[in-house]
Design a protein around this ligand. Structure first.
Ligand code: FAD
Length: 327
């Protein structure tokens, strides 16, 4: 077994996801403490042409598995290739993004390797040669410290928690092609159909503007969308808004929705129930607009506006527009 950290780099439409770089940064810190290096694995079709952005982050090696059968993610195909790679390279830790794909892949891979898995992790610490992993539990009400008894350690990493490192162009990583035998894939992804309209991905957005029941109806989401557009933000929603059918579930932030960690989260007409906070309370700055001064959202907010959102949101939108126009 080596002391190396292996990062499973995820691609979406030929581009590496932001979480890859966040895991490399944290992987470097862990590997340094364990006396190892960081390597990455990229699976897909014609990936060798797409890994250039990874080359300058101090990675010891980038493993590529290139095959048309790996073009679209399948749990079976990716598990087959990665099991072989992990058995051969024997890393001490495997990091996978806690994305939709990563959450599907990691348990299957861990089961195949007969190792433990810590999911949605937000902290790593090396103590006496052991890796201690922290992860929020009970919708973020408590933080658990986990010590895995099996090797390699395996963890999925919550997006937007770790800062990506700066690239270093003086170093270029070695690339090694590995067997891309996807095996017998019983469930095949035939096509990927994008949702209508271009939309900033919630979990990757730097700013999120969310609306809740306080919006009173689906038509009023236009206010949120306008503000989001001016700020270049993604739109989110509380479960109350989603359950009412005002927004699709893919917009839901919270325990049973998406976890976001943007620089700025703007909650409009959202009370701040614990299940909603579970999805956004680790945002760097939280701004809340609510007409009820006692709403729980104000307990986590850095900036609070006690007012009618129908009056405040248009004014904010207008002011941000002016600021943008002035440069
Ligand atoms: C198992 C479980 C899982 C859950 N998962 C999630 C989840 O993932 N995400 C989630 O969001 N919830 C989740 N919930 C639901 C959660 O408990 C709350 O019911 C929900 O978050 C409430 O949504 P809300 O804040 O939009 O609505 P409300 O709680 O009704 O709050 C509306 C707010 O709008 C304010 N308001 C009204 N009018 C105005 C106005 N004109 N201007 C300004 N403010 C105004 C009110 O003062 C109020 O604070 C879950 C619940 C359970 C039991």
């Amino acid at each position: 077994m080596s002391n190396n950290v292996l990062v499973i780099a995820e691609m979406r439409e030929g581009a590496l996801k932001k979480i890859c770089f966040e895991m490399i940064g944290e992987g470097m810190r862990i590997a340094h403490k364990l006396g190892g290096a960081v390597e990455a694995a990229v699976l897909g079709d014609e990936v060798t042409d797409k890994i250039e952005p990874l080359a300058h982050y101090g990675l010891e090696k980038i493993y590529t598995a290139d095959d048309p059968a790996l073009a679209n993610y399948t749990a079976e195909g990716y598990t087959n290739v990665l099991t072989k790679l992990i058995k051969e390279t024997e890393p001490i830790l495997v990091l996978i993004g806690a994305t939709t794909q990563g959450k599907d892949l990691a348990p299957r891979l861990a089961a195949r390797l007969a190792v433990g898995l810590a999911s949605d992790c937000t902290g790593f610490e090396v103590r006496n040669g052991n890796l201690l992993i922290t992860r929020p539990i009970y919708a973020g009400k408590a933080i658990a410290t986990v010590k895995e008894e099996t090797r390699p350690y395996m963890a999925t990493v919550r997006p937007n928690v770790f800062a990506p490192p700066e690239p270093d162009t003086s170093h270029a990583s070695q690339v090694e092609e590995v067997p891309a035998d996807a095996g017998n894939i019983r469930a095949k992804a035939i096509d990927m159909i994008k949702e209508a309209g271009e939309r900033i991905e919630l979990t990757e957005a730097d700013i999120v503007v969310s609306g809740g029941r306080g919006l009173k109806g689906p038509e009023n989401f236009a206010l949120i969308e306008r503000l989001a557009e001016v700020l270049g933000a993604a739109v989110g929603a509380s479960r109350a808004a989603v359950d009412a059918g005002w927004k699709d579930h893919s917009y839901q932030v919270g325990q049973t929705g998406k976890v976001v960690t943007p620089t700025l989260y703007i909650a409009c007409g959202i009370s701040g129930a614990i299940q909603h906070l579970a999805g956004m309370k680790t945002s760097q700055y939280i701004m809340a607009i609510n007409k009820d001064a006692d709403a729980p959202i104000f307990k986590v907010a850095d900036y609070g506006i006690v007012a009618d959102l129908f009056k405040v949101v248009p004014v904010l939108t207008e002011e941000f527009e002016k600021m943008k126009a002035e440069g």
